[in-house]
Design a protein around this ligand. Structure first.
Ligand code: SF4
Length: 176
């Protein structure tokens, strides 16, 4: 049986160094990203009446497409649907080949690089670095629940809006 995973390397080769350059710029500027998100979140939450009027299911596809474009460029987002960037120093944990969401595995190399992709700095080493410049960086110590792969492709932004206004769906939304 095929095990679903949020991590999908581009082809069979390890990612080239260029592939994660932008991600590292975002991590280096994690405090700025945190501030931007602190402005963005209440703004999108205020759009709840609009999303409600359109219907969250209808809004899902266009909002997810915008989220994917922006977060894909900035963070190499894999659209897991349960974003925890604010708790991981702005380093997306789904770029870890093992999809670890609670810290690194035991295979981090002495130079801080990934066990699976020796040319790639460990996602969690970068997460720790990013968290140290953030105001709420200590959230990196919070224990994260296992990733729910049924939510892959969903918009985390819409999910946050629904959580904040207490309008969460009873069951996971359908995949598109
Ligand atoms: S939505 Fe998931 S895959 Fe995308 S940046 Fe956030 S944690 Fe990473």
């Amino acid at each position: 049986m095929l095990t679903p995973t949020a991590f999908e390397p581009r082809g069979k080769s390890p990612p080239k160094a260029d592939a994660f350059r932008m991600r590292f710029v975002s991590i280096r500027n994690s405090r700025l990203m945190e501030k931007l998100y602190d402005v963005f979140e209440p703004t999108i939450v205020r759009l709840h009446p609009l999303f409600k009027a359109i219907g969250y299911e209808k809004a899902e596809r266009p909002v997810a497409a915008v989220e994917k474009a922006i977060k894909g460029a900035l963070f190499d987002c894999r659209m897991c649907g349960q974003c925890i960037l604010s708790s991981t120093g702005m380093s997306c944990p789904m770029n870890c080949p093992k999809s670890l969401r609670n810290g690194p595995c035991g295979g981090v190399r002495a130079n801080g690089n990934c066990e699976v992709y020796p040319d790639m700095p460990c996602v969690w080493v970068k997460a720790w670095e990013g968290s140290r410049t953030m105001i709420k960086g200590d959230r990196i110590a919070e224990v994260q629940p296992p990733v729910d792969h049924r939510r892959k492709g969903e918009s985390s932004w819409l999910s946050v809006v629904r959580q904040k206004v207490g309008d969460e769906p009873q069951a996971p939304a359908k995949k598109h």
